[in-house]
Design a protein around this ligand. Structure first.
Ligand SMILES: Cc1ncc(COP(=O)(O)O)c(C=O)c1O
Length: 497
């Protein structure tokens, strides 16, 4: 019989006994003390152990069942829900702690940057929190397909007999063999024109964006962002106090005509030309050339986020914007989150030659450098061709997973969600019938154990038809089929209500 959570009841408290039981169980679930799938004691048994009436325990359980923390499994008993509602799953460590104890309010004078974060902190933490790997959470690779055996062998070599220099402080710009491997990969695969000296290894794209934001933006400077677009970029640039100028997307990508009208003095322009996030448009060559010209006229810099360029299944890949730039205006950024795994926290930026030093200095002041052994392992993983082999294998796998998703959607979601195939990427957009709120569908899907981000969450000013991001890379055929069936149920219920 499962152990009951540690519950002490306070007879003198104003809170009714059922509420006290409810609170203790809820807090144990949120703090991870009671895991998903864990069975709770039968109400009769718990009532006996606590010395309360069975009805008191039943009331507490019923409240938790109604809120989605618990689930009943027929005669088998009561369990912590396998899929907690999204808002709880996505609670960051901070939010969980926050729910436990509220610190007394006081006025603290923070820097301008600190004040911006104090204003937006809660929203930022909601955007950047641990994500549960349930269909159709996007942006996550097929982590279980990663060749951990090979990785472990390389790591073991470095960890068993690490050469002394690697254990001391390293270069702010990164481990030299990794910079060389990245430069060679980008030249061959993406037409990026750079020397290894221009590569700065970062802790993922997020750190690259943070360094760029702090180096280029002061209060009220303009940063042009795609709308809809990547929240990671929007949050970083807003935190600097910059004015965000949202620019819509047309069928050639970043709508330059609108940008010209809306922006007076753009300092930074953030784009995802290979595969616009989240809509998936590839920026045309003409648009790329015009964008470079506009940046030159304005003396602005372009950030090219090439976050998943490795996954193109059809059509000719266009070389990077950086490769077309003759003026040192493009800062190219990339990540190993999609090709290795997100928890590695390694990525890179390619700095224009005259800005290497300032980037290196900013990196040195931030956190000195990325962990050296991980960089060394990754460098060897690339040099020994394991990286190229893994990416090739994943490209074929993701193409197949996308095909299954499209086929299942055609069979099960007709008239409820339009899902068209895409030439690249790790997610598709499913468009809802006009007038259906994607936020509402996303919330209802979370209650059914699915994770579907609504397109509206990425919009700044744009009002688009409701849509859902359907990540497929991380899920096998069975998970995709089951996920689509669940989604069909959710959409049928939403249409009925
Ligand atoms: C547009 C875009 N850029 C970058 C990333 C990756 O960020 P990081 O390298 O910080 O993991 C993502 C992740 O989903 C993304 O969607």
């Amino acid at each position: 019989m499962p152990h009951p959570p540690f519950i002490t009841l306070d007879e003198k408290s104003d809170a009714p006994l059922y509420r006290q039981i409810y609170e203790v169980i809820r807090r144990s679930i949120l703090s991870g003390g009671l895991h998903s799938g864990r069975q709770l004691p039968a109400s009769r048994l718990l009532a006996k152990q606590l010395g309360v009436s069975r009805m008191t325990v039943v009331n507490a359980y019923e409240q938790l069942l109604a809120e989605g923390y618990l689930e009943g499994r027929g005669g088998a008993g009561t369990f912590v829900a396998a899929h907690l509602p999204e808002e709880f799953l996505q609670a960051s460590g901070f939010e969980r702690a926050e729910r436990r104890e509220k610190p007394p309010a006081r006025k603290v004078r923070l820097s301008e940057y600190g004040s911006n974060l104090a204003r937006d902190g809660r929203t930022i933490l909601r955007h950047h929190c641990a994500t549960a790997l349930v269909p159709f959470q996007h942006g996550v690779s097929a982590v279980e397909e990663f060749p951990f055996g090979v990785w472990a062998k390389i790591a073991q070599r470095w960890q068993k007999r690490p050469p002394a220099p690697i254990l001391s402080y390293g270069d702010a710009v990164g481990f030299q063999p990794l910079r060389e491997a990245v430069a060679a990969h980008l030249a061959a695969a993406r037409g990026v024109r750079c020397t290894p000296e221009q590569i700065v290894i970062t802790n993922g794209t997020q750190q690259a964006l943070d360094l760029i934001g702090r180096l280029f933006l002061s209060r009220s400077d303009e940063a042009c962002l795609e709308d809809p677009g990547y929240i990671g970029a929007r949050d970083v640039f807003s935190a600097t106090g910059a004015r965000i100028v949202p620019v819509p997307i047309d069928d050639e990508g970043f709508d330059l005509r609108k940008a010209r009208k809306r922006s007076v003095k753009a300092r930074l322009i953030y784009v995802t030309p290979s595969h616009q996030f989240p809509l998936g448009v590839t920026m045309s060559l003409t648009r790329r050339l015009s964008l470079l010209e506009w940046a030159r006229e304005r003396d602005a810099f372009i950030i090219e986020d090439d976050y998943n360029s490795e996954y193109r299944y059809a059509g000719r890949p266009l070389a990077s914007l950086q490769g077309l730039d003759r003026d040192g205006r493009v800062i190219y950024i990339g990540t190993f989150s999609k090709t290795v795994f997100p928890a590695l926290r390694l990525g890179y930026l390619v700095a224009p030659a005259d800005l290497i030093e300032v980037f290196a200095a900013a990196r040195a002041l931030t956190d000195l450098h990325s962990p050296s052994i991980e960089q060394a392992v990754l460098a060897e993983f690339i040099a020994e061709r394991h990286f190229a082999r893994h990416v090739r294998r994943m490209r074929a796998l993701y193409e197949e997973r996308q095909r299954i998703l499209v086929e299942e959607a055609r069979k099960n979601l007709k008239g409820m969600l339009e899902v068209a195939p895409a030439e690249a990427g790790m997610h598709l957009i499913g468009w809802l019938p006009g007038g259906t709120s994607d936020g509402e569908v996303s919330r209802r899907a979370a209650q059914a154990g699915l994770n579907l981000s609504p397109v509206s969450a990425y919009c700044i000013n744009q009002k688009l038809r409701g849509g859902l991001l359907l990540g497929y890379a991380a899920y096998n055929a069975k998970q995709i089929r089951q996920g689509v069936k669940k989604l069909a149920q959710v959409l049928t219920e939403v249409a009925r209500d």
